[in-house]
Design a protein. Structure first.
Length: 269
């Protein structure tokens, strides 16, 4: 992955910003998926992490260390809160709760303290002032945005025109304008290779966009996912990349985590 200096232009005494943001979400301690994504990333200026860095996977410390080394723009996810011990697991199923307990005891003291200090979204995507990141939604960090009517209600709770969110593990998003509520997904040319799909955003209306899950996609596609936002072009490019699922599964089994967490990686569910 290449991080480049941002491009700054001055016009009429105002600073205009051209920045390319790498958007990562729901890594879930899957080191192999994260490394594959980073190997495929084009040159970017800033890395923004939308939460759920840990939980489920077998490499929480390694994933946190790598995430911390890439930048400082983070919002916390529900698994981050639970694994840090600042939220309970009553809303988690048995498999997820077991992973939370294992992760909490596996984290180093430094990474545990860092995880506890992660901020709650929404958080502006600095240095821009019209784009924000959240884990769940602009109105509730734990809300699942799965259908357009929920997205529309959430969009009305923010003045920011572009929101990047995670939590659902489903790549795509929603466009809200006047009486229009549109759901969209990237249309890839292949279902088995490394692919990308660029989407030009409209100027009017509000977008809520999910870059997809790095470590545990749930949209039927097993490939790791991420996105890049180009503020100058006002475009989002979605990516899917292959990674060594077998090795990720072996790590989960060797850690003694529930077998279901290894099996589901091949299913994209």
């Amino acid at each position: 992955m290449s991080i480049r200096p941002p491009v700054w232009r001055t016009t009429y005494n105002q600073r205009l910003i051209s920045v390319r943001f790498l958007l990562l979400s729901d890594i879930h301690a899957n080191l192999d998926a994260l490394e594959a994504c980073l190997a495929a990333v084009p040159p970017c200026d800033v890395v923004a992490n939308l939460g759920d860095i840990v939980g489920y996977g077998a490499n929480p410390n390694e994933v946190i260390d790598k995430s911390r080394s890439m930048g400082k723009l983070f919002v916390r996810g529900n698994h981050d809160k639970a694994c840090a011990g600042i939220a309970d697991v009553r809303g988690f199923n048995q498999v997820a709760a077991a992973a939370v307990v294992w992760t909490h005891h596996t984290l180093t003291p430094d990474n545990l303290a860092w995880l506890k200090a992660l901020p709650q979204g929404p958080l502006l995507l600095t240095p821009l002032d019209d784009v924000q990141i959240v884990h769940g939604s602009p109105r509730d960090e734990d809300e699942y945005l799965l259908v357009s009517d929920h997205a529309a209600v959430s969009a009305f709770n923010t003045d920011v025109s572009l929101t990047f969110f995670g939590h659902t593990h489903m790549q795509g998003g929603f466009f809200i304008a006047n009486d229009k509520e549109q759901t969209f997904r990237p249309a890839y040319s292949s279902t088995d290779g490394d692919v990308r799909f660029e989407m030009q955003l409209e100027k009017d209306g509000k977008y809520l966009i999910n870059p997809g899950s790095v470590g545990q996609p749930r949209d039927g596609d097993w490939r790791a996912s991420f996105a890049v936002y180009d503020s100058d072009q006002h475009s989002v490019t979605f990516y899917r990349v292959r990674y060594d699922i077998t090795r990720a599964q072996e790590r989960i089994r060797a850690a003694g985590l529930p077998e279901r967490l290894a099996d589901r990686l091949t299913q994209g569910r």
